[in-house]
Ligand binder design. Sequence first.
Ligand code: ZN
Length: 340
Amino acid sequence: MKAFHHPDEAQHAPQFFLMRGTVRANFEVPARAASLRAGLDALGLKPEETKPAPREALLKIHTPEYLDFLEHAHAEWAAMPEAGAEIVPNIHPTPEMLAQSSRPAGHVISRAGAHTADAACPIGAGTWQASIGAAGCALAAADVAAKGGMAYALCRPPGHHAYAGRAGGHCYINNSALAAQRLRDAGAQRVAVLDIDSHHGNGTQGIFWDRPDVLTVSIHGDPSRYYPWYVGFAEEKGAANLNLPQPFGTSDEGWLAALDTAIAAIRQFKPDALVVPLGFDASEFEPLAALKVTEEGFKRAGHAIGRLKLPTAICQEGGYNVDLLGTLLQRFLTGFGEAR
Ligand code: ZN
């Protein structure tokens, strides 16, 4: 098992978070990465530093307009009088506007509304640099998997809520999608993405919606009560996807049964490689908990996924109980390793 991390991750330290109408401290913080690194240390895994993802790799998943926005918008934002420290838009184009052929004007506020889904993806001065560092880790993990191996990418910020042209839910560049595409480009005919973060992997599903070559499977808290609210339901059917929403409070037994269903679908798909968007927010001790998965549950999940014996790139997604993240990573990777 190899592991990858980029130190520029720490340059993204978002402040803004809106919850039920109140501004709170953002919890997608650099301390998460420190905790995850401690988990790797406990396993004797020393993460390698990667190169930031090059633009040509990012363009395989994201639009050029969106990448230009992410890279340059903060300077324009900061130059506005009385601007806050981070880009957080106060308007998004509505379906009615879009139906009238609306398009973003050149102003940074207009583009911010068009390129973000919600108020949970503030863009600060270091967000771009951190995001391309995380994306580089995902590509490096995919390169290991492309050679038949397995690797873990400590991606921060996470990525699975990001669409081709839109940030959302703490995510800017879709690291797991980049890894899946890199595996396709390296010769894998079919790639499966198995997302066990407690939130639906909506960005990844959206990116591969029309693609029969990439199966996206997501196990997550019921979106009728939980982010991302509008998608993640069982009836959504793209070219190759499977959503397994779980009732609030689902614990190990139900969650691992859903994982068995996911794994059966993946076996049937016969992929050449696997990408695992790995979130730990299904933990019973998660601050905004929807599910109740234990440490042992994560170890058993790692074991079940490892038993697929596929070349595998694991990309870190969410999980916000900073004190517990390292332990959960340790447990998951231990289970995964024992199955190989
Ligand atoms: Zn999540």
